[in-house]
Ligand binder design. Structure first.
Ligand code: GTP
Length: 237
């Protein structure tokens, strides 16, 4: 059986990942497949915190670009992440992963409040913890929330599972000669404006020396490979 090279990780899933080909909402088959993949990684004994985005339900940045107040649209986005967190909890528990949801915005009837020491205790007791509502603040993305929570729970790495299989020097869809990086420095990502995470999230990781692994979520088994130490995408360090 595969072994984890990490004790504790933070897995960042985009909201869109839950939507599958339909692009919006939550696709039951897709979320069940993600849960199976996470279960395979979880079974290695690695402790897993998850930050989920909300873009499949509501994109705060897009709404603010169309004239909606940025703070209001960001709060709507945070609520969307809580919907996704509950959907993930349901899928994870059906796959046999004990799961707790903590929200950065208090909604006691729906989720536990975010309490750092309680989250760590849950992880130590073998529960996966899903962090909803981002950082609880507008103007911060869920990538920044992932960086922050990763640091707070002392995760050794952020695994950003996305739609692409790594970081390229140019758009691989437009350029046949685009080159994929195995590893890249934070500063290069910032300098070249590469779309890995927003600059606030990258800077936070850089200042605290937290590596970021990016890889393709759609390939079954990738989370387990990443946890086992295979570089299946690009590592920012
Ligand atoms: P231990 O303290 O280690 O036993 O952890 P536990 O999570 O099993 O126990 P606890 O009694 O804290 O929680 C039992 C269940 O209630 C878990 O599913 C929690 O996620 C949930 N829960 C705990 N606090 C809250 C809360 O403030 N709001 C909501 N909605 N659920 C909560």
């Amino acid at each position: 059986m595969a072994k984890s090279v990490y004790k504790r990780i933070l897995l960042k899933l985009s909201g869109e990942a839950l939507a599958g080909a339909q692009g919006t909402g939550i696709n039951a088959q897709v979320i069940a497949q993600i849960a199976q993949d996470v279960k395979a990684a979880f079974d290695t004994g690695v402790q897993i915190g998850v930050v989920i985005g909300g873009g499949n339900i509501f994109r705060g940045v897009a709404a603010s670009a169309q004239g909606m107040d940025r703070a209001s649209s960001d709060y709507m986005g945070m609520l969307a992440t809580c919907i996704n967190a509950l959907a993930l909890q349901d899928a994870f528990e059906k796959a046999g992963i004990p799961t707790r949801v903590q929200s950065a915005i208090e909604m006691a009837e729906i989720a536990e409040p975010y309490i750092r020491r309680k989250a760590i205790r849950h992880l130590e007791k073998g529960r996966l913890v899903i962090f909803g509502a981002g950082t609880g603040n507008p103007y911060f993305t869920t990538d920044t929330a992932a960086s922050l929570r990763a640091m707070e729970i002392n995760a050794e790495v952020i695994m950003k599972a996305t739609k692409v299989d790594g970081i390229y020097d140019k758009d691989p869809k437009k350029h046949a000669d685009a080159k994929k990086y195995d590893t890249i420095s934070y500063i290069e990502v910032l300098k070249q404006g590469l779309q890995v995470m927003d600059s606030t999230a990258i800077s936070l990781c850089m200042d605290n020396k937290l590596p970021i692994m990016t890889f393709d979520l759609a390939k079954p088994g990738n989370i387990l490979k990443a946890v086992a130490g295979e570089n299946i995408g690009t590592v920012v360090k």
